[in-house]
Design a protein around this ligand. Structure first.
Ligand code: G6P
Length: 596
């Protein structure tokens, strides 16, 4: 994980790097650091905790070239010493890294034998020392850095500020790196969002690309063959000037409420745009949906839509469990990768393997110019805009809604899908009303605040919603929440129900699925054992005595499942507000998990 930012040009790099890091904080927020150049001297500032101003930071000399880093600790605890940048012994260069040096132990032993001493526990410092050792051979800085980089195993991306040449060098492998080309200078970052206010023109570096930035000029070359490249300059569709919370106290609440619009943005594709993928699905033997975390549950939801609406043989694979599918996968299969960031290492690894097997790859990603989109034969975007809160909300519903549109298009019902989606978003109004927020916060969450274990039951169209609902509450409230298929109840879960145990049941409308009957009888059984019962779903069941609380959601055919996830997002949010937790940056998590 971790975020890298760099700038070289004619503006003040101190402020640009600082603001860039604030936008990259979702990638890691345990510590951070900035390095700038003044003359031929490097000055740096490091701190633990969130990226924030400090008088010492203000004292750094104003510069036009600088790099910075936000850290999500892998090797070594959260300390100022372990924070990046890591400066060389003589202060000539300083380096930041995103990734994990997998042969770090062996390299460190080798360097110790050669007399090198280490201040930090990081794998990053090892890279610095290898560069120092190479430089003793009287070679150029660029050559030393390339040689050192080639020694690293794993997915690693580095950016280096070199005081002698006044340049920034960066090399990418695995972890993302994007170059932004603006009138005022050159930007470098782990994602294009962090420099979005300054330019829409970007270069997405390939693995083993090196970029050398000198003032407002840049050169891209491949470190394997040493040859210069003429990289493609892409123009981003959207530019995000301000990424702020607006009138909301947290990004999470803002992003939850935005869903009315983002469901429509994600499904703003005409039939022609969907056609290439529709054709590919038709000729594929099997469709595998791939994702991790929330995206993994969206994969489950999309697979459900593909099977039930379009009669496509589709199933989800958790990205990190792909290996057991290798013996059965064939080049006739299609893989659809689901990812918010487009950079999740757990998802990239199977895509690389499946691609080698000859499978076609499609993806639905929220960020632009990412590794996953670039690996895809069919590239689609959720277009939900920046999702800053670590816990994903609007992107989950965007991914699921896109999957619904795709499935309906395959079934020849494109137009119906579009009108149902519009109807769904309109009917979300009530869920975002003051009355609904009050009910969830003051009635439901106040009751839940002292409980430690909750269970969620869903079935069929709501099975993945139960898993995602549980993940959402877990991530921010730190409560122990498990989501189950309602069918599991009698096979074990019911043993956990005691007096007062909260059980949330997702109840679909009886009109469309008879799963509602199973859910109601399951909720009756837990109620009989003293559970505190909450129902989420079709309003026709809101008056039943078995429910202590009930949140009605709009049920527009199977789209009801997408609406049903929203109350979980709101419970997660208000419960965590009551608990005083850090909503947008929950402990130990990072939004983009680019290491394995
Ligand atoms: C992390 C995040 C989750 C996210 C998952 C997959 O675990 O905390 O919110 O769902 O990664 O990320 P992706 O970017 O591939 O959707």
């Amino acid at each position: 994980m971790c975020g890298i930012f760099g700038y070289s040009g004619n503006k003040n790099s101190n402020d640009l790097v600082f603001n860039g890091l604030k936008r990259l904080e979702y990638r890691g927020y345990d510590s951070w650091g900035i390095a700038v150049l003044d003359g031929n001297k490097i000055y740096q500032y490091k701190d633990i905790g969130l990226v924030k101003q400090n008088p010492k930071l203000k004292k750094l000399p104003k510069s036009n070239v600088g790099i910075g880093h936000t850290r999500w600790a892998t090797h070594g605890g959260v300390t100022k010493t372990n924070a990046h940048p890591h400066i060389s012994t003589n202060g000539d260069f300083t380096l930041v890294q995103n990734g994990m040096v997998e042969n770090f132990d062996a390299l460190k032993r080798e360097l110790r034998k050669d007399g090198y001493k280490f201040e930090s526990q990081t794998d990053t410092e090892v890279i610095v020392k290898i560069v120092e050792r190479e430089l003793k051979k009287n070679i150029s800085f660029k050559k030393a850095l390339m040689t050192a980089f080639k020694r690293l195993e794993g997915r690693n991306t580095v950016a280096v500020l070199d005081a002698k040449s006044n340049k920034i060098y960066a090399i990418k492998n695995g972890s993302p790196l994007v170059v932004g080309i603006a009138k005022d200078g050159i930007y470098l970052a782990s994602d294009s969002l962090s420099f979005s206010p300054h330019t829409k023109k970007i270069i997405v570096l390939d693995d083993y690309d090196m970029v050398e930035i000198d003032g407002k000029d840049y050169v891209v070359s491949n470190i394997k063959d040493g040859k210069k490249k003429k990289p493609e300059i892409r123009t981003l569709k959207y530019q995000y000037e301000d990424i702020d919370k607006g009138k909301y106290p947290h990004f999470m609440l803002k992003e939850i409420v935005e869903q009315q619009r983002t469901i429509l943005y994600a499904t703003d594709y005409n039939e022609k745009e969907l056609e290439p993928l529709v054709k590919q699905i038709r000729k594929s033997r099997k469709v595998y949906l791939l994702g991790a975390g929330t995206a993994g549950f969206a994969a489950g939801q999309i697979a459900f839509f593909l099977r039930t609406i379009a009669k496509v043989d589709a199933m989800e694979i958790k990205s990190y469990e792909f290996k057991s599918y290798l013996p059965v996968i064939s080049s006739k299969d299609l893989i659809i990768a689901i990812s918010q960031s487009g950079e999740t290492a757990d998802t990239i690894e199977p895509l690389e393997v499946f691609k080698k097997e000859g499978c076609k790859i499609a993806s639905i990603v929220n960020m632009y110019g990412t590794t996953i989109s670039r690996m895809s034969d069919y590239e689609y975007y959720t277009n939900a805009g920046p999702e800053i809160c670590v816990a994903s909300t609007k992107v989950f519903t965007a991914q699921s809604a896109w999957g619904y549109l795709l499935s309906m298009t395959l079934a020849g019902k494109y137009k119906t899908a579009r009108s149902k989606l519009k109807k769904l978003t309109k009917s979300l109004d009530e869920m975002f009303s003051k009355k609904s927020f009050n009910y969830i916060k003051n009635k439901i969450c106040k009751t839940l605040v002292d409980k430690e274990h909750f269970f969620i039951l869903g079935k069929g169209e709501n099975a993945s919603i139960a898993y995602e609902g549980a993940l959402k509450i877990k991530e921010i409230s730190y409560k122990h929440v498990e989501g189950f298929s309602a069918g599991e109840l009698k096979h074990g879960v019911i043993a956990l129900i005691e007096k007062g145990t909260p059980v949330i049941g997702i109840i679909p409308s009886g009109e469309h699925m008879d799963d509602s009957k199973d859910l109601i009888s399951g909720m009756e059984q837990v109620k009989a054992r003293g559970a505190l019962t909450i129902g989420i779903g079709a309003s026709e069941y809101s008056g039943l005595e078995i429910f202590d609380y009930y949140i009605s959601t709009p049920q527009i055919n199977t789209l009801g499942s997408i609406a049903n996830v929203i109350p979980f997002q709101l419970i997660s949010y208000f419960l965590s507000v009551l608990l005083g937790n850090n909503i947008d940056k929950p402990r130990n998590l990072a939004k983009s998990v680019t290491v394995k």
